[in-house]
Design a protein around this ligand. Structure first.
Ligand code: ADP
Length: 475
């Protein structure tokens, strides 16, 4: 049965669960309140009744005086009552209150005969023995009465008793009224809270429904442009919606970059492919001279070399982008790496360009050796490719307090200011480099490698004067 309940609970909507939960909690609070009301307040009420009983009797106690004869009575006491008692006179001052706040006070002699005052249940409580300064209680016809006695002890009043009687009926009637009212009002309040709570929860959870609907739509329509719009707000659900939208922004950007990459890559591949097929078609159209065949073959060979470089670069780039964690970091002797690479590349001497390097002793850096060589190679290849005839390339390696700095400077064609930021994008080439052998992936790859190491790459350049690429790798 319990597990059946569990399954049923699981099937309930969140708003029903929350409403059920706090309605149950409210009912518990109400029941607890009833309990407290019935016990604590009843006790308090009884105590109040007893206190008022004692207080009234004590007050009246002081309002009785005894005089031996009428002559002893002060002449201005006409507001008082006078009673004959034994051989003298009893004076009951006008302040004696025989019935106040449902407390009835009376003056009795030793036999229990009422001399003055009132007793609401005369017959029934008169058989209770007088006891000085004690509260006694007795039930008469289902109603409890409290009785408080004081023995009068002043001269001439020996044998007199003052008795106060109060019923708890008055208090109980008040209590019954309060309970009757709360029996109606409290469940009504629970009902109002439950209904109000249900709609409040329903309203608060509506954004969650919108989030889930948007997610379903995106999945169904493959439209990453959709965003969740639940209006302004700062609560948890708005934060969730913002996080979700941020994630969609990133996903959209990533998909867009991928799409752009595929479109750029196919565009780059198409150019050499169409040159190769045009050369083939032209050679096969009719008989050609051996020189013409040789020229066609040279073009085909050059274009296929370009194709294979393009494919290699693309493969390497996507591999680096997709799985940077494949590359392990280990201590690399940067001085040795720069020296050996520069010595090899200095042999190229393309266009009469000379390459020199300056490196501080034994600079160690924790990174990936293969990627760091690739980075330097790309920068130096560019310096050759865009260098001027008989120009110079200077590679410099030095260490600062918290970073290794690697720079490659050339005195080549330079890069216009407005293009300096764009050259790091994939497949981006400046107009004056189109006829060079590059494909526009070298610097994008360099940037990716530097980011993999947590560093940054910047360029300083002037058209016609040359460029310096500066890599900063934090230690
Ligand atoms: P590419 O394969 O075209 O060389 P890169 O990503 O290496 O591609 O470079 C992008 C563009 O940046 C190049 O096309 C070129 O216009 C410019 N560039 C890169 N290095 C230099 C340099 N040392 N001097 C002048 N221009 C450069």
């Amino acid at each position: 049965m319990c597990s059946g309940m569990g399954i049923k609970m699981k099937r309930l909507s969140m708003r029903a669960k929350i409403t059920l939960w706090f309605t149950a909690a409210l009912i518990m609070v109400v029941l607890f309140t009833y309990f407290i009301m019935l016990t604590a307040s009843n006790q308090i009420l009884q105590k109040t009744i007893r206190d008022s009983l004692v207080e009234t009797v004590e007050n009246n106690y002081n309002e009785i005086r005894y005089y031996g004869s009428m002559e002893e009575v002060a002449p201005d006491k006409d507001a008082s009552h006078f009673l004959r008692f034994e051989n003298g006179i009893l004076e009951v001052n006008d302040d004696f209150l025989d019935a106040v706040n449902q407390v009835y006070t009376g003056l009795y002699d030793d036999d229990g005969t009422l001399i003055y005052g009132e007793n609401p249940v005369s017959g029934s409580v008169s058989d209770i023995k007088f006891m000085d300064s004690r509260i006694q209680s007795k039930k008469v016809k289902g109603v409890r009465y409290y009785i408080f006695d004081r023995k009068l002890s002043a001269k001439g009043m020996e044998g007199l008793w003052m008795r106060g009687v109060v019923s708890e009926a008055q208090g109980t009637t008040q209590m019954t009224g309060i309970i009757r009212l709360s029996v109606i009002i409290l469940p009504l309040l629970v009902l109002v809270a439950a209904v109000g709570g249900y709609f409040l929860v329903k309203g608060s959870l509506r954004p969650l429904q919108q989030i889930s609907e948007t997610a379903v739509q995106i999945g169904r329509e493959n439209d990453l442009k959709k965003r969740i719009d639940i209006g302004a707000g700062k609560d948890e659900l708005h934060q969730l919606a913002d996080t979700f939208n941020d994630m969609l922004d990133k996903l959209e950007k990533a998909f867009e970059t991928e799409r752009q990459f595929i479109s750029d890559a196919s565009h780059e591949l198409r150019t050499p492919m169409s040159v190769i097929s045009a050369q083939c078609e032209m050679s096969l159209e009719q008989r050609r001279s051996p020189e013409e065949y040789e020229k066609a073959l040279q073009v085909i060979s050059r274009q296929s070399r370009k194709l294979s470089k393009l494919i290699n670069d693309m493969l390497e780039f996507t591999r680096l982008e997709a799985g940077a964690d494949r590359y392990k970091k280990e201590p690399v002797d940067m001085t040795e790496l720069t020296a050996s690479l520069c010595e090899d590349m200095a042999l190229i001497r393309e266009n009469g360009i000379t390459l020199t390097y300056e490196a501080q002793e034994k600079i160690m850096y924790t990174g990936n050796r293969e990627l760091l060589s690739r980075l330097l190679m790309n920068l130096v290849s560019n310096a050759y490719r865009y260098g001027k005839k008989d120009g110079h390339i200077v590679v410099s390696l030095r260490k600062e307090k918290d970073a290794v700095l690697l720079s490659v400077t050339d005195d080549g064609i330079g890069i216009a200011r407005e293009e300096q930021e764009k050259i790091f994008r994939r497949f981006y080439q400046t107009d004056n480099s189109r006829f060079h052998a590059g494909i526009g992936l070298g610097l994008a790859m360099a940037k990716e490698i530097v980011h993999f190491h947590g560093g940054e790459i910047t360029v300083e350049s002037r058209i016609g004067e040359g460029s310096t690429f500066l890599v900063r790798l934090p230690c």
